[in-house]
Design a protein around this ligand. Structure first.
Ligand code: TXA
Ligand code: MG
Length: 304
């Protein structure tokens, strides 16, 4: 299959592919997604094949209106409306009960479905044309999510019909995932929208999944966001050896590359292209305080 790269100004090729059940790569404000209609189980099956994604890992349904949320889940809880009003469109996915009409494969057979309204105008246009789109990150399973065109092509060139070039993603890490299905709202994946902001919005505490509950968020059990080169988190400047160092600020006497959400995955992929023997990531206290960034760093490092 030859992959066609198209501009955001004319989405007709993307719309045609989606209509005939071929998954399409499209930009969102977080990371690029590999999308297919929520209501086309064969197309969703293709997503799992293309990504080599474990079949028990559910997908996020992307919507462009609140009516679409009602087509995916009935009796949405009051907290859903509060959070949707405050944070949508934006980088927040809410897990609620799935309607029986929604194909089970969309959420890998789980009784729930994760819903997010992205703010990216191109994502919005596609969803308005096709209806709700399930979309995991547009990487091969286990690799860092793509935030730039070249990173998508590295994984999916020749495997998808159409890639929409939306430039570099603005946020650079995946959305915050919050379960409203648990008896107490539970943070399944930290993201740019923080636990504190969510608690402030709903006026109640948010739980973290206990290790017993972890399988409820299947994505979290796989080694993820991981480059081929081993990643080592370094907490003291004097322990940095180099040569490939990511740091949130310049360090006199050392050659460093930038460390922040927007460029993290691009840098991890760059390290693999260079074939470095080790990636060192300098984590001063300010980095340790950033739950979303630390979550990705720990998982990239396999918690080393
Ligand atoms: O920012 C994002 O969310 C990006 C862009 C494309 O929107 N998408 C994304 O999708 O990161 P994916 O499939 O790479 O990650 C989805 C995460 C996984 O950890 C998955 O296990 C969890 O959300 N998830 C999805 N549906 C769920 C459900 N029904 N219950 C529990 N966890 C769910
Ligand atoms: Mg992913």
């Amino acid at each position: 299959m030859k992959t066609k790269i198209i501009e955001e100004t004319d989405l007709s090729d993307a719309i045609n592919s989606l209509k005939k059940g071929e998954p399409v790569v499209f930009p969102t404000e977080t990371v690029y997604g590999l999308g297919a209609s929520v209501f086309n189980p064969q197309a969703i099956q293709r997503i799992f094949e293309i990504k080599e994604r474990p079949s028990d890992n559910p997908l996020i349904a992307h919507i462009s209106s609140l009516e679409q949320a009602e087509s995916l889940s009935e009796n949405l809880p009051p907290l859903f409306s509060i959070l949707a009003k405050r944070f949508w469109p934006g980088p927040l996915a809410l897990v609620v009960k799935r309607r029986p009409e929604v194909p089970a494969i969309a959420s890998a057979g789980h009784p729930t479905i994760a819903i997010r309204m992205p703010s990216h105008p191109t994502a919005k246009k596609l969803i308005e044309e096709i209806g709700p789109l399930v979309a995991p990150s547009a990487n091969l399973s286990g690799k860092p999510s793509p935030t730039r065109l070249r990173d998508i092509l590295e994984d999916l060139n020749g495997k998808v019909e159409v890639v929409i070039d939306g430039g570099d993603c603005e946020i650079g890490i995946e959305s915050t995932v919050l379960s409203l299905y648990h008896p107490v709202p539970t943070l399944l994946r930290p993201g740019k929208i923080t636990r504190e902001e969510l608690e402030e919005a709903i006026g109640m505490p948010i739980a973290l999944p206990s290790s017993v509950e972890a399988p409820l968020s299947p994505g979290m059990k796989y080694r993820h966001y991981a480059p081929k080169s081993p990643v080592r988190l370094v907490y003291h400047i004097e322990d940095l050896k180099g040569p490939f160092i990511l740091s949130p600020f310049l360090i006199p006497g050392k050659t460093v590359r930038p460390l922040h959400m927007k460029v993290l995955y691009a840098q991890l992929r760059e390290a693999d292209r260079l074939g470095v023997s080790c990636i060192e990531i300098y984590c001063p206290p300010s980095t340790l305080e950033n739950a979303a960034l630390m979550n990705r760093l720990l998982r990239a490092s396999g918690s080393r």
